[in-house]
Write a protein that binds this ligand. Structure first.
Ligand SMILES: NC(=O)c1ccc[n+]([C@@H]2O[C@H](COP(=O)([O-])OP(=O)(O)OC[C@H]3O[C@@H](n4cnc5c(N)ncnc54)[C@H](OP(=O)(O)O)[C@@H]3O)[C@@H](O)[C@H]2O)c1
Length: 220
């Protein structure tokens, strides 16, 4: 039985991903900030993880290591979107920037580097990015802290893909504009639909260090 580790598996796209992988016969290790899950299945175990907190990251990674279940796929899905909409011009706000980068970028990188040693050769790390992190998708200033953070996550994908070349594939994915907790105003995809595309990318063996949307290359 293959094993997938999905951060933020308690709701939205992460929960739909957990359900998809379970239906495909995977053992799922999920995380949520409370350590609870609403999925009832003998093949899922959920750990508490707060990506804002280095102690929580270390504690979660240690618990996962103790399971002695090598990971085939890691999906870094957990994130927060904090907007600067409280100021009309969407100006970058230092507090918002620090919070978002700390969770979505620094926490994700810290967690990933602690999990890499137990990822099987031939495995796949999928970083859930966003079109908002794409340099080609800047038409207006919208959630700048989140945009900067996801652009940084894309660079992490590229750098890690070089570091793990010929061992582990590393990808960024844009899930789509999804009707979930972080939904944009033009959101039109169900979490299950986004999860299906991410699942297909995750189980395929694509060229490492790329950015994908619905299985097609997406501009950085
Ligand atoms: N929805 C979209 O349209 C869209 C578009 C582009 C990219 N994305 C990306 O897709 C991913 C999933 O988005 P979503 O819309 O499904 O989000 P969501 O419904 O808001 O779910 C977020 C998940 O992240 C977890 N989480 C929140 N804060 C955390 C923290 N500090 N530490 C660890 N986990 C934390 C949550 O756990 P709790 O339940 O415990 O709070 C939850 O499981 C994100 O990376 C997002 O940036 C989404």
């Amino acid at each position: 039985m293959k094993t997938v580790l999905i951060t933020g598996a308690s709701r939205g796209i992460g929960k739909a991903l957990a359900q998809k992988f379970l239906s495909e016969g995977y053992f799922v290790i999920g995380t949520s900030t409370k350590g609870t899950s609403t999925i009832s299945n003998e093949n899922i175990i959920t750990f508490q993880l707060d990506l804002a907190n280095p102690e929580s990251i270390k504690d979660c990674a240690e618990k996962i290591l103790k399971l002695k279940k090598p990971i085939d796929i890691l999906i870094n899905n957990a994130a927060v979107i904090l907007t600067e909409k409280d100021n009309d011009r969407n100006e970058i706000n230092g507090d918002t920037l620090r919070k978002v980068i700390n969770i979505d970028l620094v926490g994700t990188i810290d967690f990933t580097m602690q999990i890499v040693p137990i990822i099987n050769p031939g495995g796949h790390i999928v970083n859930t990015s966003s079109r908002q992190g794409s340099f080609d998708y800047v038409f207006e200033i919208k959630n700048p802290s989140y945009q900067i953070s996801k652009a940084g996550l894309n660079m992490f994908t590229r750098l890690l893909s070089f570091q793990l070349k010929d061992k582990i594939t590393v990808s960024s994915v844009h899930p789509g504009a999804v009707l979930s907790g972080l939904a944009a105003s033009d959101a039109n995809m169900r979490p299950e639909e986004a999860a299906l595309y991410i699942y297909q990318t995750a189980i395929s063996n694509p060229k490492t260090g790329q950015f994908w949307f619905k299985g097609q290359p997406f501009p950085w």
